[in-house]
Design a protein. Structure first.
Length: 269
């Protein structure tokens, strides 16, 4: 279940001079936010307050939130304003085993703001999660990672050439970040979007599964079938959508891919 609120109920930061605004952004006191949702059984355990930050370095062909790609298109929000919203839901989190998930866009585009948000949540005893591609994993300090209970890591391809075709970027930073998380004992849920004709090649899935099987802290793998739900957003933004004729994967294909992960004794959803 998702209950979307856009930015409703979250006050934007008051107007300041350009210099003061930049200083607050650099200090992590103000971030660029797209929206928030209250979700159940999505984005981590229990009921989650999922905050979507604006800005992403990837240009995934199947992105279903293209309106989050640019930081300048988000709303300026003070970290204390978001933490007040987290505090409001403490009874829900305690009852359901839920917490805070920071998504995007790419949350590691705003590491100072993200770090303050996670620190404030942990001081309240809240379970914390980020949803990330890992491409900007080098932006995550050890202190930031110390305040994370779970990382939802989107591994979009196992072959470098397919990754570049899918995202416009290099695969290696994601692999490096996943190893760093595993070595420090950070729990991970791996997410893989299955797109017919793009990410579904047997060898590509094998490469993802081979890598994930080496990561001792992976708790589950989620194979997410491609859908066309974001297409209208691309149209509204005047962006070229290359996957307009791509169908959702057939159930047999989804099961084949899930089986490739299960062969490595991974828990698959």
């Amino acid at each position: 279940m998702r209950r979307s609120a856009g930015t409703a109920g979250i006050a934007v930061a008051g107007e300041t001079s350009h210099a003061e605004h930049l200083a607050a952004v650099r200090a992590g006191q103000i971030g660029s936010m797209h929206s928030w949702e209250l979700v159940t059984a999505v984005d981590g355990p229990g009921t989650r307050l999922t905050v979507f930050l604006a800005g992403c370095p990837l240009r995934c062909l199947y992105c279903h939130n293209p309106d989050t790609l640019k930081m300048k298109d988000g709303e300026p929000v003070a970290v204390e304003t978001l933490l007040s919203r987290v505090r409001r839901y403490l009874p829900v989190f305690r009852a359901t085993g839920g917490g805070l998930t920071v998504s995007g866009g790419e949350p590691l585009m705003q590491p100072a703001f993200l770090g303050r948000l996670l620190r404030g949540a942990k001081e309240m005893g809240v379970h914390t999660t980020i949803d990330t591609s890992g491409f900007l994993g080098a932006h995550a300090s050890e202190a930031l990672l110390d305040d994370l209970d779970l990382v939802l890591l989107d591994v979009k391809s196992g072959l470098p050439e397919t990754y570049r075709r899918t995202t416009g970027r290099d695969l290696q930073p994601t692999l490096d970040f996943s190893r760093r998380l595993a070595e420090r004992g950070t729990a991970m849920w791996i997410r893989f979007v299955l797109v017919p004709g793009l990410t579904d090649a047997y060898d590509n899935v094998e490469a993802v599964a081979d890598h994930v099987a080496t990561l001792a802290t992976v708790q589950r793998v989620e194979v997410l079938p491609f859908h066309q739900m974001g297409r209208d957003k691309w149209d509204r933004l005047g962006m070229t959508y290359e996957l307009g004729d791509t169908p959702a994967p057939e159930p047999e294909l989804v099961e084949r891919v899930r089986g490739q992960f299960r062969e490595r004794e991974l828990s698959v959803y």
